[in-house]
Write a protein that binds this ligand. Structure first.
Ligand SMILES: C[S@@+](CC[C@H](N)C(=O)[O-])C[C@H]1O[C@@H](n2cnc3c(N)ncnc32)[C@H](O)[C@@H]1O
Length: 189
């Protein structure tokens, strides 16, 4: 459960995106799903690729506060980094989040932590690149979710084929917003 003050902030951030456009936030259902999933797997370290104004970040880091976990998020737009920083500060959760500003195609290669959960939600043409690097940085049994696989089916076709070719990835589709694919990285990969 998200406590009422934070839920109001989440609603406000989402409403801002709906009103002004350009934030491309996940749907509230997807946020709820991430919140539940991170608690269920007792996630301690999460990587997000594509922060925007911090809506999905806030859903996830609220769950991580309960497990004493940390989140790293990658965003190239300085204005969105500023908005996400302000929103996370308002929630009192900024100290649990490392926002790395810059092109995620590069910054993802410099990460040195090992993650329990990865959320891929940036430029669709780079999804294969993000998955390749995410797989180097996850623990066995990690979960990886990528957004917009239905809404951007053409752009992510090669990415989905890459998942299907990998016998160590077990995947399922989720119906939230633009559609997600969720992968389980089988131990031993
Ligand atoms: C769909 S939005 C992320 C929405 C966010 N996850 C949420 O649900 O609130 C995608 C974000 O990825 C960022 N982005 C796109 N390409 C990028 C890149 N190469 N490196 C870093 N960020 C990128 C965009 O600026 C945008 O803010």
């Amino acid at each position: 459960m998200v406590e009422p003050d934070r839920m109001s902030l989440l609603d406000e951030i989402y409403a801002y995106g709906q009103e002004h456009g350009g934030m491309w936030n996940v749907s509230p259902d997807a946020g709820r799903f991430f919140h539940l999933m991170l608690q269920a797997i007792v996630a301690k370290r999460v990587l997000e690729i594509g922060t925007s104004n911090g809506y999905s970040t806030l859903w996830m880091v609220d769950a991580l506060e309960k497990s004493g976990g940390w989140l790293t998020t990658l965003e190239q737009d300085p204005n969105k980094v500023r908005m996400a920083t302000e929103n996370l500060e308002r929630a009192g959760l900024k100290e649990r989040v490392d926002i790395i500003e810059g092109d995620a195609r590069t910054t993802i290669q410099d990460l040195d932590k090992r993650f329990d959960f990865v959320f891929i939600d940036a430029d669709k043409e780079s999804y294969q690149h993000y998955l390749t690097h995410a797989l180097k940085r996850v623990r066995p049994g990690a979960i990886i979710v990528a957004d917009n696989v239905d809404s951007h089916a053409d752009e992510v076709a090669d990415f989905l084929a890459m998942i299907e070719r990998d016998p160590w990835l077990e995947d399922v589709r989720l119906p939230y917003g633009g559609g997600q694919v969720m992968m389980y990285v089988r131990p031993g990969r």
